[in-house]
Design a protein around this ligand. Structure first.
Ligand code: PMP
Length: 351
């Protein structure tokens, strides 16, 4: 047999565009417009730090996160962005011949990992308002994963419904991907359920609320046993996933609660103002609990707005996919950036 027939062929995930030009308004990959905490900058000096291997357990960062969330260090798994953590979780927990479940409209990396690891999967349709219904997940499965708030819709599933899914599937691992949870109302996180459910894994990232997408830090919290299985898989693959700067800067960020809360507050306030402005221009906007909005206009196609905006140096995310090709996902930037977007809509489309 020719080697080409033995290659593992996969259709890779397509990340959002990273434009080379400066001076664009970049609202296409849900980055945070405010920089990381100043405390991170203060500790960027020790050049010699790069000479030695990092601590394979990333102990300092794990301890900082354990303190922050009030859990034990053995309940935390850290990785190179939440993509790494999620990929590792798929590899560790989704072994069944029964399909794993996730929503039809969701983070488009899930089907890619499923294909990569040859995990059977089934998608569950969101309703016409893009909502998840917990009762749709009361069926036989090999595991469940969903983001909360969901992406690219930004819609939040109430914690009672999240718990319903976890409770109804106690024999399977349920992964709640909380990449955007810091922009949701207090009390929305599934972290409060970790003590009670040994089948729950909550995944978080430093890329959005902590403004550190460039550093690549993600983590998961679950009960000790669940985390131990992920650690075993990680140490069978690459012991040094977290580099020394990530561990150091990650710790500095976790210790600056004031700055963290302040940037989140600003983004939420801009989101609410921008949502109201879009609605007053005739857009329908899915209620967002994230740092982006998902919006469409009945009179102008999303693709037209997307293309025109790009010509003007404003980047949104557009998905040419069934059910969502009439919407744009727009990251919440600074107030000034969102004002520029509104001006653009007025200038180009008289909205
Ligand atoms: N989950 C969701 C729902 C996301 O939108 C993203 C961002 N692409 C991620 C996980 C991964 O983020 P990161 O790897 O930067 O932590």
């Amino acid at each position: 047999m020719n080697w080409r027939e033995q290659v593992r062929k996969v259709e890779p995930y397509t990340p959002g565009e990273q434009p080379k030009e400066q001076n664009v308004i970049k609202l296409n990959t849900n980055e945070n417009p405010y920089g990381p905490s100043g405390k991170v900058k203060e500790c960027i000096q020790d050049f010699d730090l790069l000479r030695k291997y990092p601590d394979p357990t990333a102990g300092d960062l794990v301890n900082a996160l354990a303190d922050y969330h009030g859990v034990s260090a053995e309940q935390i798994f850290v990785g190179v962005g939440s993509d790494d953590v999620l990929g590792m979780a798929f590899l560790t927990f989704f072994q069944s011949e029964c399909p794993i479940l996730f929503p039809d409209i969701t983070y488009s990396f899930y089907p890619v990992w499923a294909e990569l690891y040859r995990i059977p999967y089934q998608t569950i349709a969101l309703d016409e308002d893009y909502q998840i219904h917990a009762s749709d997940y009361h069926r036989e499965n090999g595991g469940i994963v969903f983001p909360n708030p969901n992406a690219p819709t930004g819609q939040l599933l109430p914690i009672s419904e999240v718990e319903d899914i976890i409770r109804a599937n106690r024999d399977q691992v349920v992964i709640v991907d909380e990449a955007y949870i810091d922009f949701a109302p207090e009390g929305s996180s599934a972290l409060s359920l970790v003590d009670r459910y040994d089948n729950l894994l909550v995944v978080r990232t430093f890329s959005k609320s902590r403004s550190m997408a460039g550093l690549r830090i993600g983590y998961a919290i679950g009960q000790k046993e669940l985390i131990s299985y992920m650690q075993a898989v990680k140490y069978s693959y690459n012991s040094y996933t977290m580099n020394r700067p990530s561990i150091l800067y990650g710790c500095a960020s976790v210790k600056d609660e004031e700055y963290f809360r302040e940037t989140i507050r600003k983004i939420i306030s801009t989101r609410e103002r921008f949502t109201a402005a879009l609605e007053s221009r005739g857009f329908s906007v899915v209620p967002s609990s994230a740092n982006f909005v998902f919006a469409g206009h009945p009179g102008i196609s999303a693709e037209t707005i997307f293309r025109k905006a790009k010509e003007k140096g404003i980047y949104f995310r557009y998905f040419r996919l069934p059910r969502i090709d009439d919407h744009l996902r727009i990251t919440i930037g600074t107030d000034e950036e969102m004002d520029r977007v509104l001006e653009f809509l007025h200038e180009e489309f008289n909205l």
